[in-house]
Write a protein that binds this ligand. Structure first.
Ligand SMILES: Nc1ncnc2c1ncn2[C@@H]1O[C@H](COP(=O)(O)OP(=O)(O)O)[C@@H](O)[C@H]1O
Ligand SMILES: [Mg+2]
Length: 431
C-alpha cells in the first residue's frame, strides 16, 4: 500500500535548452486511489511518470512514496510496476516466461512462480496464451500480458502510460472497464496516463489535467466537466468540445447580458449564470470569452422570446449518431456553434432552426487570462498561465480535436528504457 506525494517537482532535460518539461508539479495521491493524468501530447505526462518510477532524475522538488523520500531510490527499490503503450515484452520469450521473468531473477522458487503466473493469467483470461511468443499475440492480448507481467510482481503502485493507445476502439472500451475492475480487485494505487479525455472521464476517481508541463486542474470527472477553471480545461474535457465565442458583457436595467457575434447580434441574459453580480460587473468593457457545451444548446419548436432563447440559425452539417445528433449551426453575426440534440427531431441540412440555451450552463472566461469567472474556483490548482485559446467560431472552421495526438515514437523510446529498467531491477541482463 502506498500513497505518492510530489512537491514542487520540475523536470529539465539536459540539452532541452532549459525548457521545463514538468514544472511546479504538486500532487498528493492517496493509497489505493485511481488517478488519471490527462493532457495533450508533449505536456509532460510521461516525464512525470518516469520521475515517479525512478527512470528519470527529478531536476527539482521531492517525490515521496508513502513517507519515504525516493529522489535517490533506484527503480528496483520502489516497488512500482509500469505498463506502457508499446507493451515492452521480451520478443524471444513465451508469455509464461515474460511473466515469470522478474520473479525468476529474484530467485523465487519455481513452484511459487508457477502459482503466481497461473493465478494472474487466470485473472486476465490469458491462460491459453502462456505458451505463445509475443509476435503471435493480438494487440489486446499483448496488452493483457503486459498487465500480467506487471501484476505478478505484486507492486504497491501501478503506473500505466497510455496503455490502450495501440488498441482499436472496441477493445479499448472493453479494456478500460477491465482496468477499472482490476484496480478494485488489486486494491493498489493506480496512476493512469492518457491524452484521451474519454478515458480520463470514465476511469479516474480524480483527473489531473496538464498543459505545458503544469497542472491546470485537479478534480473529479464531474467537477472538471461542470467547473473548468479556464478555457483550456473547458475545451479539453468534453466531446464535441465546448463552443467558444468572443463576447461583451453589458448591463441593462440592472441585468447583465452577453453580446455575441459581429455587431452584437445575440443578446443572451446572464441572469441564471453561475457568477456573482460584482464578478460580472468587473467584466464590463473587457475582452470576454463566452462558452457553452453543445449538449446545453437544443433545437426548439417555437421561436419564443424567453430567457432560454439563443436564436435562429441554419443547420449546416448534421451528424446523426443514433442516440444523439450533432448539428453545426450557423447563426447571424458569423457565429458557428455545435448543438448536440438527444431528441429524435429530424433536422435537415440547410434547415432553419431555433436554438435555446440552458442559462445555468453558460461559462464566462476572462479572455486576457483565460480563467473562468463562472463556477467555483475553490481548487488548489495554480493560477492558469495559459493564454486563452482563440475562440474557434469562424465560419467554416471544423472543430479541432485537441485530444488526439501521437506519441508512439516517444512511448517506444520509453518502452526501451523500461525493458532496461526491468532487467536492471531484476538484477541481471535479459536471459
Ligand atoms: N529524453 C528527453 N530529452 C529531451 N526532451 C524530452 C525528453 N523526453 C521528453 N522530452 C520533452 O519533454 C516534453 C514532455 O514530454 P513527455 O513527458 O513525453 O510528454 P507527454 O507524455 O505528455 O506526451 C516534450 O516537449 C518532450 O519533447
Ligand atoms: Mg507520453
Amino acid at each position: 500500500m502506498a500513497s505518492i506525494t510530489l512537491k514542487d517537482v520540475a523536470k529539465v532535460y539536459p540539452g532541452g535548452g532549459g525548457t521545463r518539461a514538468v514544472d511546479n508539479f504538486n500532487l498528493e495521491i492517496a493509497d489505493r486511489e485511481f488517478v488519471v493524468i490527462v493532457g495533450p501530447s508533449g505536456c509532460g505526462k510521461s516525464s512525470t511518470m518516469r520521475m515517479i518510477a525512478g527512470l528519470e532524475d527529478i531536476t527539482e522538488g521531492k517525490a515521496y512514496i508513502g513517507d519515504t523520500l525516493v529522489n535517490n531510490v533506484p527503480p528496483k527499490n520502489r516497488n512500482i510496476a509500469m505498463v506502457f503503450q508499446s507493451y515492452a515484452l521480451y520478443p524471444h520469450m513465451s508469455v509464461y516466461k515474460n511473466m515469470a521473468f522478474a520473479m525468476k531473477m529474484r530467485h523465487v522458487k519455481k513452484a511459487e512462480i508457477d502459482v503466481r503466473v497461473r493465478e494472474t493469467a487466470e485473472m486476465l483470461g490469458i491462460t491459453h496464451l502462456l505458451g505463445r511468443k509475443p509476435r503471435a499475440l493480438s494487440g489486446g492480448e499483448s496488452q493483457r500480458v503486459a498487465l500480467g507481467r506487471a501484476m505478478v510482481r505484486n507492486p504497491e503502485v501501478f503506473l500505466l502510460d497510455e496503455p490502450l493507445s495501440n488498441l482499436d476502439a472496441k477493445l479499448r472500451t472493453d479494456m478500460r472497464a477491465e482496468i477499472v475492475k482490476l484496480h478494485k480487485k488489486l486494491e493498489t494505487t493506480f496512476i493512469y496516463v492518457t491524452h484521451d479525455q474519454t478515458e480520463a472521464m470514465t476511469m479516474g476517481d480524480r483527473i489531473v489535467l496538464m498543459n505545458h508541463g503544469r497542472i491546470v486542474q485537479v478534480d473529479s470527472p464531474k467537477d472538471i466537466y461542470d467547473y473548468p477553471v479556464n478555457v483550456f480545461a473547458a475545451g479539453f474535457i468534453g466531446s464535441p468540445r465546448m463552443n467558444f465565442a468572443d463576447c461583451e458583457i453589458i448591463e441593462r436595467g440592472g441585468e447583465y447580458f452577453a453580446k455575441l457575434g459581429e455587431g452584437g447580434e445575440h443578446l443572451i441574459s446572464l441572469t441564471g449564470v453561475n457568477a456573482s453580480r460584482p464578478e460580472l460587473a468587473a467584466l464590463t468593457g473587457r475582452r470576454v470569452t463566452f462558452g457553452i457545451r453543445p449538449e446545453h444548446l437544443g433545437v426548439t419548436a417555437e421561436m419564443d422570446d424567453t430567457e432560454s432563447r439563443f436564436g435562429g440559425g441554419t443547420a449546416d452539417i448534421v451528424e446523426a449518431l443514433g442516440a444523439e445528433t450533432n448539428i453545426y449551426v450557423d447563426f447571424p453575426g458569423g457565429l458557428r456553434f455545435i448543438v448536440r440534440e438527444f431528441n429524435d427531431k429530424p433536422v435537415a441540412r440547410g434547415q432553419r432552426i431555433s436554438v435555446d440555451i440552458q442559462p445555468g450552463k453558460i461559462h464566462i472566461f476572462d479572455t486576457e487570462t483565460g480563467e473562468a469567472v463562472t463556477g467555483r474556483r475553490r481548487h488548489g490548482a495554480p493560477p492558469a498561465t495559459e493564454k486563452a485559446a482563440p475562440p474557434a467560431v469562424k465560419t467554416g472552421d471544423a472543430p479541432t480535436d485537441i485530444s488526439s495526438g501521437n506519441d508512439t515514437e516517444l512511448a517506444d523510446q520509453i518502452a526501451a528504457g523500461v525493458a532496461d529498467a526491468i532487467a536492471e531491477a531484476d538484477g541481471g541482463d535479459d536471459a
